[in-house]
Design a protein around this ligand. Sequence first.
Ligand SMILES: NC(=O)c1ccc[n+]([C@@H]2O[C@H](COP(=O)([O-])OP(=O)(O)OC[C@H]3O[C@@H](n4cnc5c(N)ncnc54)[C@H](O)[C@@H]3O)[C@@H](O)[C@H]2O)c1
Length: 405
Amino acid sequence: MNIVIIGLGYVGLPLAVQAAKSGFTVTGFDIDTFKVADLERGRSILPEINSQELLELIKSSKLCLTSKLEKQANSSIFVIAVPTPLNQEREPDLTMLEAACLTIAEVVQDGDLVINESTSYIGTLRNFIKPIIQKESSLINLKFAVAPERIDPGNKIWSITNTPRNVAGLTREAGQEVVKFYEKICNEVHLRTNPEEVEAAKLIENAFRQVNIAFINEVAKLATKLDFSIHNAINAASTKPFGFMPFYPSIGVGGHCIPVDSHYLTYSAKKVDMQLEFVDFANKLNLSMANFIVEEIRQKYNFDFKDKLIQIAGIAYKSNSSDIRESPALALIELIRSRGARVIWHDSLVNTFGNEKSVDLQANIDMGIIISPHDEMDFSIWRDQNKLVLDFSPTPRNFGWNKFI
Ligand SMILES: NC(=O)c1ccc[n+]([C@@H]2O[C@H](COP(=O)([O-])OP(=O)(O)OC[C@H]3O[C@@H](n4cnc5c(N)ncnc54)[C@H](O)[C@@H]3O)[C@@H](O)[C@H]2O)c1
C-alpha cells in the first residue's frame, strides 16, 4: 500500500515521517519546490523532525519527496494536508484544497482511499472533496474519509502517535480502511458515525479555545481596572478539583487553527442562515486585546510611545514555535509603531520576518514586552538592568514583573 501525502507542512510532514517509520511506502508531495529540496537535504523548520532520521528514510526509499506526482503502481491512500486559510472577507478559502483534489484526480485509481486531514467546514468531504475528485477522475469506486489532525507543534508530551484520533468514512468500507491506516500511526483511533460529526468535533475543539480565551481576556480587562492579579485569581479558581479548566489571558490568539477554525464553524452556520453569535463575539474580543493593552500601557504608566524604543520578546504565535501565522504580536507591533515608537523584536526561532531580523535582547530600551517567550530565551539582561518589562505571555511564570499590566 502506497501512502501519498499532499502538502508537507506542520501536519503533512510529521505524518509522512511517521507513516514511513510505521512500514508504509510514502510519497510526500508539495508544490513548494524549495521546501522539497530543503527536506531532501534533511532541512526542516519543524523541531520534532529529526534531520538524520529524515535522511535515512529518504535513503532507504521508505520516503520519497517530490513536486511532481505520478500514478502509483499499487493501490494507494491519499492524505490531504494543505492549508485552508481565510480570504479577504474572513471566509473559507478552499483554493488550495481544490488544487489538491485536482492533483489527486489526475493520479488516483479505482479502489483508492482519499483522506482529508485539512480542517474545513462541516460537510466538506461529502459536498466538496468527493464531487471534485469523482468528476475530474471519472472514477466511481473511490473511498473517502476524514481524520482531522490535532497536532500541537512544539508540544513535548502530545505527539502524532499518542494523541487520540477521530476518523470516519463516507461508507462503511472507507471507515474500516481509515481505521486500519491510523491504527498503524496512532495509539488510539475512534471510528465515528459519519464525517460531519468528525469535521464538527475538530471545529468545536478549536472554537472552545477561542471562546474560553476570550472569556478570560475579558476578565483580565476587568482585573486591570479593579487592580487584582488575574493570574492569581485563575490559580485560586484552579484549586477546584472539578468543573474548572484554567485558560490564561494573552494579547490574542494566533496560528493556523484557533483564529481561523472558528470562522469555518461560523461559516457552517451561515450556510443554513444561522449566526453563531457567541463565537463571533469571542473572535472580536480576542482581536481587541492589542488595542486594549496599548491604551492601558499609555494610561497606567503614563507612557507616551512617541520616539520610544520598544523591544518585543517572541513574535511567534506561541512559545517554542517559529510559526508567525496570524500571530497577534504582529498586530501589536503595527499598533505601537502607529503611535510613533520604534519597535525591534527578538525571536530566536522566527529569526527573519519580511525585511526585519531578530535583534538580541537590548539594554537600552524604554520598554520590553514579552509575548511568546521560548524556553531558550535568557532575560537576564533586562532583569539585571531593572528594565520596565510587561509580560503578556499566557504561560504562568513569574519573572517578578507585572504579569498582565
Ligand atoms: N499547524 C497546525 O498546528 C494544525 C493542526 C491541526 C490541523 N491543521 C490543519 O491542517 C492543514 C494544513 O496545515 P499546516 O499547518 O500543515 O499547513 P502548512 O502551511 O504548514 O503546510 C501546508 C503545505 O501544503 C503545501 N501545499 C499548498 N497547496 C498545495 C497543493 N495544492 N498541493 C500540494 N501541496 C500544497 C504548501 O506548500 C505547504 O508546504 C490546515 O487545514 C490546518 O488548518 C493544522
